[in-house]
Ligand binder design. Structure first.
Ligand code: GLC
Length: 519
């Protein structure tokens, strides 16, 4: 562990050991029968989250949006989209969650707004009102070439031309124009937004594309040899420009007026030094670190990802964060090979992740062991599908609505079978109802693991000591062993607290993890 960083609070904050549950609101629970999940649906299903034992929620965006990128295109950052309810529905959710001791954090999208945002509508109508965005004249003799060669993360050029001939920058969809973070009104507006939600009782924010926002003044060309969704190169001029840290410092000055509120940044950068900059004492509280998301079920890879994440957080004296999946990446069951083996590995990794120090994020449905879904072309909605010329299928496969109960779609998610994405007909055994009282279910495994992590003294301490390639120990005494090999292995000494699957003749089988404490 690094020595204390000056300015960093010595008092452990609630988030530094919390288990967060990520709710993708479209897909969690639908209260009004339109086939899309909503805020009242979340409130109605809070028992599931209390039973699971999580301490906080992160809601993907629920602000007013034309939904070109399912809410990451915000046209009014200080109101709720009618698809999800209204401000009263958010208040109901906040009250119900808080009464159960569950905090609620929201998504904040500062890199861009929707093309339907009043600022952008005004900018299109009047060329003198464009300075809150990044408009430029085109290249080439007649301005018909984009101002530089930047490509959108979703595919195609990052520039779109408007009828009077100028071009505007959008690192994502054309319906998501990038804001100009050199304009004071952009700062004033984010402050208003932060205070609006914090004053309502929201407990913090997940900050979208926290490595974006600032752009180099000259907008130099990028190296086009590598451009993968959310995996930019180290010298990519589109991201991780130094001025971004002024923006985080500004956000932090507002957050500091609400001492219990947390920020967690989505940070895709290269190298721990770069990552740690975002977690300096006057910037973000937490940063998502995606090493485990990018790692196969492989002992050396998992160990390296864990060590790397610990090192990165320790550089800034911040709590590490752990996540196996989210709304942007294929679900872990499928990443680890699908079927029974994929599920076994996902369960083993759930124990690995919940054994680690710091903050854990669970993406809704991971606790049910849901796989990614292969959806037919005609239901795909992610803008990635069209923008990539239908080369990339996008992220819909991890966003399929959750199965709650019953034996056929919509499995209690909604009163209509016409859900925004179809739910596979064979998910009967994966519903919350089917798993709730089954001692061997993935849901039961998650519930037990979270209860142990939250309640047992053996989970104390901020470090991890490796006892072998795939066994580590926490200072409090918890030992976690996972088997990523092909044959059963001997368990470390101790009393077994929990295993992700049955032991075999006292040995730890392949694709299985165990928690032990000294007897
Ligand atoms: C983030 C979000 C992703 C969204 C993108 C643009 O990466 O997680 O879902 O599409 O930002 O806002």
């Amino acid at each position: 562990m690094a020595p204390p960083i000056p300015g960093r609070s010595a008092r452990p904050q609630w988030w530094s050991r919390a288990v967060f549950y990520q709710v993708y609101p479209r897909s969690f629970a639908d209260s009004n029968g339109d086939g899309v999940g909503d805020l009242d649906g979340i409130t109605e299903r809070l028992d599931h989250l209390s039973d699971l034992g999580v301490q906080a929620l992160w809601l993907n965006p629920v602000m007013v949006s034309p939904m070109a990128d399912h809410g990451y295109d915000v046209s009014d950052p200080r109101d709720i989209d009618p698809l999800f309810g209204d401000l009263a529905a958010l208040d109901r959710l906040l009250a119900a969650a808080h009464s159960r001791g569950i905090r609620v954090t929201m998504d904040l999208v500062p890199n861009h707004v929707s093309s339907a945002h009043p600022w952008f509508v005004a900018a299109l109508a009047d060329p003198t009102r464009r300075d809150r965005f990044i408009f430029r004249d085109g290249g080439g003799p007649d301005g018909s070439e984009p101002p530089n060669n930047w490509v959108s993360i979703f595919g195609g050029p990052a520039w779109t031309r408007v009828p009077d001939g100028q071009w505007y920058l959008h690192l994502f969809d054309a319906a998501q124009p990038d804001l100009n973070w050199e304009h004071p009104e952009v700062f004033d507006d984010i402050e208003k937004t932060l205070r609006f939600w914090l004053d309502r009782g929201v407990d913090g924010f997940r900050i979208d594309v926290a490595h974006g926002m600032a752009k180099p003044a000259t907008l130099p060309d990028m190296d086009l040899t590598e451009n993968e969704l959310l995996r930019n190169k180290a010298d990519d001029p589109r991201f991780d420009n130094d001025a971004v840290h002024d923006i985080h410092r500004f956000i932090r000055t507002v957050l500091d007026d609400y001492p219990d509120a947390v920020t967690v940044g989505e940070i895709w950068v290269h190298g721990n030094e770069q990552f740690a900059k975002y977690l300096r004492p006057d910037e973000l509280h937490l940063g998502f670190n995606f090493h485990l998301v990018q790692t196969d079920y492989d002992a050396a890879g998992i160990r390296a990802a864990i060590d790397n994440s610990l090192d990165a957080a320790a550089l800034a004296g911040a709590a590490p964060t752990w996540t196996l999946s989210n709304h942007d990446v294929p679900r872990e069951v499928s990443r680890y090979g699908n079927g029974a083996a994929g599920l076994r590995r996902a369960r083993a990794m759930a124990l690995v992740k919940l054994a680690l120090p710091g903050t854990v994020f669970i993406y809704n449905g991971a606790e049910l062991g849901l796989p990614n879904v292969e959806l037919p072309d005609d239901v795909l909605q992610d803008p990635v599908w069209e923008r990539s010329g239908r080369a990339e299928r996008g992220r819909d496969g991890c966003r399929v609505p959750l199965p709650w109960s019953g034996s056929a779609p919509p499995f209690g998610f909604s009163s209509t079978p016409d859900t925004w994405l179809p739910i596979p007909a064979d998910w009967k055994a994966l519903t919350v109802e089917a798993q709730r009282d089954d001692p061997d279910s993935t849901l039961t495994l998650y519930r037990r693991a979270i209860a142990l992590r939250t309640g047992r003294a053996e989970f104390a301490g901020d470090t991890v000591e490796w006892l072998g390639d795939s066994t580590f120990r926490r200072p409090g005494g918890l030992v976690c062993a996972f088997n990523a090999g092909a044959v059963p292995v001997t368990l470390p000494a101790g009393e077994v607290l929990l295993t992700s699957g049955p032991l075999k003749d006292g040995l730890l089988p392949p694709d299985t993890a165990a928690w032990l404490v000294s007897a």
